[in-house]
Design a protein around this ligand. Structure first.
Ligand code: SF4
Length: 342
């Protein structure tokens, strides 16, 4: 059965035409989908005949709440079950400016980053656009809150599921869809250079985040095996071309690991690498995962690292950690409880 949430409005119009229906019906159905309805019967302005046809050809609800946990800081971590019984996690975070959804885009991940729990669980498949937007609709339904920001920082590498992620981005951004401004959508990649190049041509104002984590190839290759395919120089070159083309600022994510990438020399080396770039560095303490070898840096070391970058003209901030008490922080999401640390 096809998932009706997988379609853009234009595609849905074609689906309706192929069912022998008028094009304008698509607009009505699309509006219902993004009002969060989960059954065709709730679409009260459609005829009984059309509802029957839709039921025979499509499903709406493709993602089901299995469990959720609330952190001391208000962060909610959701465990969702998909129609093929696989599970994924998503996170809802409350900031001063509103609610941010952190969505998964794959079941598992192929990239194998050493500090990431999602890497330890193996790769199963890509999520469809409907399964990605479905996470946001379900989080809004469960929490009763309107989500105003979306980050692709959950399970999976977005540029390894490029088409589905970009279609989901369009559905999230569509004024008739979830109507979330492009500037409120962030995509985080481990540095797939071909994806960065492709993204440069999308003509959409989303934010691009790069998981850098070290400015030295030997250290980065140990933390992130993808560095053996696309080294730091290649990633930075692709980022510079992206900035030239879009005039948009890039965020570099840097997880500070005690004794691995958090020295004064590391900060100076990073400042030199990023010198003159339109960018921002987000410093995060690495999070402990099951069987993980990394320990987070002390607060003093993190502050010293940030100050050194700022002194050298690189804008750097320490990100407030949300949800680490429920394993909902960066790099801690999994698709089943067996891989859980706590
Ligand atoms: S950090 Fe991201 S890219 Fe790396 S293994 Fe985890 S989910 Fe995949």
């Amino acid at each position: 059965m096809k998932n009706i949430r997988d379609y853009t409005l234009e595609e849905l119009e074609n689906e309706l035409l192929s069912l022998g229906e008028k094009k304008f019906r698509a607009k009505q159905i699309f509006a219902w989908i993004y009002r969060g309805v989960t059954s065709f019967e709730e679409m009260t302005d459609l005829s009984k005949d059309l509802i029957e046809k839709l039921k025979q050809n499509y499903i709406i609800d493709c993602i089901f709440l299995d469990n959720f946990q609330k952190s001391k800081d208000g962060t909610i971590k959701y465990l969702f079950k998909l129609t093929d019984e696989h599970k994924i996690e998503s996170v809802l975070m409350k900031y001063k400016y509103g609610y941010t959804a952190c969505v998964s885009n794959q079941i598992g991940c192929k990239m194998g980053c050493n500090f990431c729990a999602s890497a330890k669980i193996g790769f199963v498949r890509n999520l469809t656009p409907g399964e990605i937007v479905g996470q946001i609709l379900k989080m809004e339904e469960q929490s009763g809150e309107k989500i105003s920001n979306v980050v692709f920082m959950g399970i999976g590498e977005p540029f390894d599921n490029y088409e589905n992620v970009m279609k989901a981005v369009r559905l999230i951004n569509d004024p008739k869809g979830l109507n979330i401004g492009a500037r409120h959508i962030s995509i985080s990649t481990c540095g797939l250079v071909d994806g960065i190049e492709r993204f440069s041509n999308e003509n959409i104002q989303c934010n691009l985040c790069i998981s850098l984590h070290s400015s030295r190839d030997e250290v980065r290759s140990d933390m992130m095996p993808i560095n053996k395919k696309y080294n730091i120089a290649e990633v930075i070159d692709a980022c510079k071309k992206y900035i030239d083309k879009t005039n948009r600022r890039i965020t570099f994510e840097y997880a500070l690991v005690d004794g691995v990438n958090d020295s004064k020399e590391d900060a100076l080396h990073l400042a030199k690498l990023l010198h003159g770039m339109l960018c921002h560095v987000n410093l995060i303490p690495v999070n402990k995962i099951k069987d993980g070898k990394y320990e987070k840096s002390s607060v003093e070391k993190m502050m010293a690292f940030r100050d050194l970058l700022n002194d050298k003209g690189i804008v750097a901030t320490i990100r407030r950690e949300l949800g680490s008490d429920i394993s909902a922080a960066c790099g801690q999401l999994v698709r089943d409880e067996k891989s859980r640390l706590n």
